[in-house]
Design a protein around this ligand. Sequence first.
Ligand SMILES: NC(=O)c1ccc[n+]([C@@H]2O[C@H](COP(=O)([O-])OP(=O)(O)OC[C@H]3O[C@@H](n4cnc5c(N)ncnc54)[C@H](O)[C@@H]3O)[C@@H](O)[C@H]2O)c1
Length: 312
Amino acid sequence: MQTAGIIGAGLIGRAWAVVFARAGWRVRITDSMPAALERAPALLAESFGQLAAAGLLDDPDGAATRVTCVASLEATVAETDLVQECGPETVAAKQALFAALDAATPPGAVIASSSSAIVASLYTEGLAGRARCLVAHPVNPPHLVPIVELCPAPWTAPETVTRARSLYEQAGQVPVTINREVEGFVVNRLQGALLSEALRLVGEGIISPQDLDKTVSDGLGLRWAFIGPLATIEMNAPDGIPDYCARFGPFYRRLAADSPAPEVWDAPNIARVAEAWGDAPDKAEIERRSALRDKRLAALIALKRARPGEKH
Ligand SMILES: NC(=O)c1ccc[n+]([C@@H]2O[C@H](COP(=O)([O-])OP(=O)(O)OC[C@H]3O[C@@H](n4cnc5c(N)ncnc54)[C@H](O)[C@@H]3O)[C@@H](O)[C@H]2O)c1
């Protein structure tokens, strides 16, 4: 049985605990805030219950018993195959955590950060075990969205990336490798391109924000749940990707030459978008919508798993 040590019992740390325990791993999780650790078992039980209700987990109680909440970081990472750091998103916090983790984690274990945007070279350079460190960036919530971006630092050993890919695959995730460090990795660069254009179009009054969202939820996003943008364009021209690009390239070139300016992220444009969007939902409403999102994602994942042979 594999063992994962998880640092930080916030949103992402708890979701990783669900991922590994669901896959049959032993999981230890810690947090510097005792209250976060006390809350964790009830929240984990809720997630295991949701997965079982969606038909994605046979034995929610068994999965819950594989997770142990541990007070000390050292005890959490002892005898682990994989350490998943899920602490605060600051360079200082990651530097302190990785120094402690490298000292306490047994040789041979991979140490991965969940960081959304901070590359591993900023907090692993001086470590004796820097060759076994990398970023493994999930998308929230990782127990329902399986992609994990593996991004090595320049000194991460190639075997670390290979081993990490294998470990995340064993845990039921879908790892992809980012070949060299780049800000935002790939998921958030793609999301950033889409968001910048969305903010421009709504800010300029070309479309309402509600209709803009429908272009993804009832349009592009339906295909993207099963095929990516390159597989999509390959099917949209008789002779594949070069043919598509020959036909539509001039249009996309004009768009690329007129890409959204950084100012779409400035306060005046954001104020225009927020006003068009309408009243912000309160905390309870956000929680209700998040739960509904997770329920629908679970149903979508169940559909994808039911048709495993249909890759494209
Ligand atoms: N929230 C997202 O959508 C998302 C998605 C992908 C990746 N991430 C990344 O995952 C990481 C965690 O994000 P989150 O949303 O779970 O944050 P969070 O605030 O919900 O959780 C962070 C937890 O770390 C704990 N912590 C702080 N210092 C610690 C220490 N020294 N030792 C142990 N625990 C400590 C905090 O008490 C807190 O419970 C960040 O690097 C974030 O960028 C977040």
